[in-house]
Design a protein around this ligand. Structure first.
Ligand code: NAG
Length: 308
């Protein structure tokens, strides 16, 4: 009983640590562009406060109170882009990260588009890592920027790129998870012929009751973590992964939960490699399974393995 009380007190203290951010700069060609140059200025650009209502239209780009003066920059399919983190602390805290893209309808300039409709596909994520209830860790902790590849199969055209950091330290009650969101405007060139998917809408993708959004990360420590949203688009042409994997199948206890694929940078590895924190495996995953050196592929759960 006593240790339970101590734990509750500690948990309360931890939950009160404030952590607030914005994503002000798009990283293009390895350089930080100017603040709010290609990223729509978000409602929290001064107070840094999170969005907590996932049913609000602001869950799209969190920019309803702003005037929309961002420019559109050009990025090649297959290239690396990113978002910088700015706030207090100046790096991510108890985070999971999702990055989505959505193509502006033909004839609509992306700068005038609100991102409505079932149009968003996920291109990147950084999940939490669990080990059956002993610990939960957040590999994105401490990042001052998040970078990822525009899938080379992405068709050319104008897109919004929406990044999302979900902070889970207060997520044990409905509406407690904190969302830090921003949208960049890009023109993708040299695109491929893939069919991005599965597609989701914002609002709509989340109810707020998902096990990866409404959760107590402290006690009891979750035995697994289910990343919110659809799986990352594999870059395949079909894009026909119409159904996300079920969140709970009868846990077929594949005990060797730490499949470690060592990246041997030297062995003429012709295929693409997954970056640090990138997905490298999991049920339904058809993307790269080898990590960029020196990272190794570790399974978080049956749906998700990550380069750590
Ligand atoms: C870009 O911004 C991030 C976040 O502020 C910072 O950590 C990084 O050093 C910057 N990169 C360059 C090249 O200035």
């Amino acid at each position: 009983m006593k240790s339970f009380c101590v734990l509750v007190t500690l948990t309360t203290l931890v939950a009160k640590v404030s952590a607030h951010y914005v994503w002000p700069q798009l990283i293009v060609g390895g350089s930080n562009t100017s603040t709010w140059q290609y990223i729509r200025q978000t409602n929290n650009w001064q107070d840094l406060n999170p969005l907590t209502d996932v049913t609000s239209a602001d869950v799209r780009c969190y920019d309803s109170a702003q005037s929309g003066t961002a420019s559109t920059t050009t990025v090649a399919a297959g290239s690396t882009v990113g978002f910088t983190v700015s706030g207090n602390p100046s790096n991510l805290y108890h985070p999971v990260v999702n990055v989505y893209m959505a193509k502006a309808p033909a004839g609509t300039d992306v700068s005038a588009w609100d991102g409505s409709g079932t149009v968003w596909f996920k291109v990147y994520q950084i999940s939490a890592v669990t080990d059956g209830g002993q610990t939960i860790t957040f590999p994105a902790t401490g990042l001052a920027q998040v970078t990822f590849n525009i899938p080379s199969a992405t068709p050319s055209g104008q897109y919004l790129i929406r990044t999302e950091h979900i902070a889970l330290h207060s997520a044990s009650y409905y509406g407690g998870a904190q969302f830090y969101i921003a949208c960049a405007q890009v023109q993708v060139t040299n695109g491929g012929t893939g069919t991005p998917g599965p597609l989701v809408a914002f609002p709509g993708a989340y109810t707020g009751n998902e096990p990866g959004i409404l959760m107590n990360m402290y006690y009891p420590i979750p035995t697994s973590y289910t990343q919110p949203g659809p799986p990352v688009w594999s870059g395949a042409g079909g894009g026909s992964a119409t159904t996300a994997p079920p969140t709970s199948t009868t846990a077929k206890t594949t005990t060797a939960a730490t499949t470690t694929t060592t990246s041997t940078g030297s062995s003429g590895g012709t295929g693409p490699t997954a970056p640090q924190f990138g997905q490298c495996g999991g049920q339904g995953w058809t993307g790269p399974t080898v990590c960029t050196a020196p990272f190794t592929c570790k399974a978080s759960n049956q749906y998700y393995s990550q380069c750590l």
